[in-house]
Design a protein around this ligand. Structure first.
Ligand SMILES: *Cc1c(COP(=O)(O)O)cnc(C)c1O
Length: 423
């Protein structure tokens, strides 16, 4: 039996209707931006394996750091204990995060990073005896699949079975060009009519919505409104963090700093699941008390796993090399040139770029749903050509590993151009 055949006997895949979906492709190895399946077919990983892998597959520098840590201290509980890798990650993050971030809390994935942030926002006011229980989020947001993260997410595809079972979330429009005032007004109205604890947002780019982009000034204004009303702000940088937008964090473009930041995905260079939520001193202080009940009673068994910390430290090292920064600029320039070339194509609605992120919206005769027919046609075309891209409805996006070569990028662009002609 092939791996693919054995898979269908036992395994349940994410976001998959097993009755109608195709069988998964069994990948047996990876190097740089390339992956090979069990039949030795080669694929370009043009979405960095769901946005986690900036430095390439099977990266030796990160692998060595992980091996060294595994043979020194693989794991120790973090309740009542600490270790150097966690402290080093904290010190490193303090150097690169917005200056107001002072405390870091470890968890395991993007959803738990968000879950922690939302729980902290709610308990912050509980600890202060203020009744504030509403969370504000953007339309079409994606913050993960655990319950509070799901509640904050606006893509109905993921959450429809659970409507009515969520914490109180009110949605406002994203301040895309021309909609800024509408977004500001909506935020002010929500704050006036609800007891709001926090506002969670994907800064500058909404990934799962199809790389929807909006300006830093608009986000700064929204954060300002929250600050004037003592609503805590949560920047979900799970997708945007660690260089994707061209700066280390998307918040580096924004003149106002958030109260909390959620990190995961590229944190460990796509090697070990790990996440971090960061906080201001003010947030931490609301939990610091003689009363044990004011503590944050949240934790995960593998909190601050030393091996994950070692992977994170090695990843941040790589991110900070001149070579990697040059790669990010090179890919950005290349995307801008492709955007210019493709944006006036008769079948293209619009194209956009920020950092290494590129997205193009393709014209469609019918309303395209998230996993609709055009999406499937495009996806199959790309896979057939050996390019891993996962379109969102009629939106095709590229989020390559930073080490992707110019030739590989050219092949990705060419395949997208062919796909546009094909649909
Ligand atoms: C992927 C993602 C999450 C969820 O992360 P998981 O590791 O999949 O739980 C949360 N927020 C954003 C912005 C994401 O892109």
């Amino acid at each position: 039996m092939t791996l693919t055949e054995k898979d269908s006997q036992y395994l349940w895949h994410p976001y998959t209707q097993h009755k109608t979906s195709q069988t998964p492709i069994a990948i047996s190895r990876g190097e740089g931006a390339l992956l090979w399946d069990e039949n030795n077919k080669e694929y370009i990983d043009a979405i960095a394996s769901w946005w986690v892998n900036p430095f390439g597959h099977s990266n030796k520098y990160i692998a060595d750091a992980i091996y060294k840590q595994l043979t020194t201290l693989e794991h120790v509980l973090f309740g009542g204990f600490t270790h150097e890798p966690a402290i080093k990650v904290a010190e490193k993050l303090m150097e690169i995060l917005p200056k107001n971030q002072q405390k870091i809390f470890f968890s395991d994935n993007g959803s738990t990073a968000v879950e922690v942030a939302i729980k902290v926002a709610l308990q912050y006011f509980f600890n202060k005896n203020e009744k504030r229980t509403t969370i504000i989020a953007f339309e079409n947001a994606f913050h993960g699949d655990t319950f509070a993260a799901m509640a904050a997410s606006g893509i109905s595809f993921y959450t429809q079975a659970f409507q009515g079972m969520f914490i109180d979330v009110v949605r406002i429009p994203v301040p895309v060009k021309g909609q800024e005032q509408k977004s500001f007004e909506a935020l002010k109205n929500v704050i006036q009519s609800h007891n709001c604890a926090g506002f969670i947002f994907e800064p500058l780019v909404q990934g799962a919505a199809g790389m929807v982009m909006y300006e830093a000034d608009a986000l700064a204004k929204l954060i300002q409104i929250c600050k004037e009303n003592k609503v805590l702000t949560i920047a979900d940088e799970v997708m945007t963090g660690f260089g994707k937008t061209g700066k280390t964090f998307a918040m580096d473009y924004v003149s106002e700093d958030p109260d909390m930041i959620c990190l995961s995905k590229a944190l460990t260079g796509g090697t070990i699941p790990m996440a971090i939520t960061t906080f201001t001193q003010d947030v931490f202080d609301a939990f610091y008390d003689d009363d044990i009940n004011k503590a944050l009673f949240h934790g995960h068994t593998f909190t601050a796993n030393p091996t994950g910390c070692a992977a994170a430290l090695a990843s941040i090292d790589l991110l900070q090399t001149d070579e990697m920064q040059t790669n990010i600029e090179r890919i950005n320039k290349s995307h801008l040139a492709f955007q210019k070339k493709i944006k006036n194509h008769a079948k293209v609605i619009t194209a956009r770029t920020l950092g290494v992120i590129f997205a193009v919206e393709i014209k469609s005769d019918s309303e395209e749903s998230y996993y609709g027919s055009m999406r499937n046609k495009l996806y199959n075309f790309f896979i057939d050509k050996g390019v891993i891209l996962r379109p969102v409805g009629n939106i095709v996006y590229i989020l390559p590993p930073y080490i992707m070569t110019d030739n590989q990028l050219e092949k990705v662009y060419k395949t997208i151009e062919e796909a546009i002609e094909m649909v």
